[in-house]
Write a protein that binds this ligand. Structure first.
Ligand code: F3S
Length: 283
């Protein structure tokens, strides 16, 4: 019988668990209809379950909101969006992850202190858009080439999208310094450990597993990244969203079966995949 091991850090992070709890509570306690602004998380099954069991639907943007209560997801939004929802007389439940709020506060503080603010992160990503909304003069940069045509002030402040790696941050910091025009550089390291922890734990497990199962939305960037990391160590790696995608022949002759899951995969999905693997190995 194979041994099934779940990675030491796997599945929904603190901010996602909190957002899920808040949206379910809002659906129970608020009168009228509840919507999330954009899909709550990159996990189609959870978004469907919220609609099916709790009547929570998705508004694509702040101009197309029909619900009485609107939940802001863990990525956060620009302040204007919250104001716009209040102007529309909506009840707003702000499920922005507290770690993302720390980035907002750090960016605002740097602006007040007179720094030119750079956000290390992917331009266009909702979290980065939200950060830029709190520091409208800030610019998003993600690789050293982005700095080439940017003229930097003498005082530069840096904050970081929570899911970025420290390697990316370090390469940007060194590129800023190498430009030679900055007298003062203040870096606020706002990286959240959840992503790196999941990646490290997945890599450690994949090195000893015969099969790796990575659970999470195919539209989830962090789950896809976990699958890529696992595949570098274990060539029998499979990315699945649900238990019914599992195939018995993946587990033939396997002694160690590893499981990991992205930061937007709730514990219930991990448990159902694990149960199904146990069954397939038994049959
Ligand atoms: Fe928050 Fe970190 Fe998750 S910033 S949403 S706990 S990945």
């Amino acid at each position: 019988m194979a041994t099934i091991i779940c990675a030491e850090h796997a599945g929904a992070c603190y901010g996602v668990e909190r957002a899920l709890r808040m949206v379910r509570e809002a659906a129970q306690s608020h009168e009228g209809s509840v919507q999330t602004l954009g899909p709550l998380i990159h996990n189609p099954q959870v978004v469907e379950e919220l609609e099916h069991n709790h009547g929570v639907t998705v508004a694509q943007d702040a101009d197309h909101v029909s619900g009485d209560t609107v939940v802001i997801r863990s990525h956060g939004v620009v302040p204007d969006v919250i104001q716009h929802l209040h102007d529309l007389d909506k009840d707003v439940v702000d499920a922005t992850c507290p770690y993302v709020k720390k980035v907002h506060a750090a960016a605002e503080r740097l602006v007040r202190e007179g720094y030119q603010v750079l956000v290390v992160g992917e331009a266009g990503h909702p979290e980065v858009e939200g950060i830029l909304g709190h520091a409208p003069s800030a610019v998003a940069v993600v690789n050293p080439d982005d700095l080439e045509h940017l003229s930097l002030s003498r005082k530069v402040g840096v904050v970081v999208q929570t899911t970025q790696s420290r390697t990316t941050l370090a390469s940007l910091v060194s590129a800023i310094l190498l430009k030679g025009s900055v007298d003062e550089l203040k870096v606020v390291d706002t990286i959240c450990e959840a992503t790196a922890e999941r990646q490290r734990a997945a890599a450690a497990l994949a090195q000893k597993a015969d099969v790796m199962i990575v659970i999470g939305g195919r539209n989830s960037a962090n789950t896809t990244r976990l699958a890529e990391i696992c595949a570098t160590y274990c060539n029998n790696t499979h990315h699945v969203e649900t238990a019914d995608e599992l195939a018995a022949d993946w587990f033939e002759n396997a002694e160690i079966i590893g499981i990991t899951a992205g930061a937007s995969t709730p514990a219930s999905q991990i448990a159902s995949v694990q149960t199904q693997i146990e069954q397939l190995c038994h049959d």
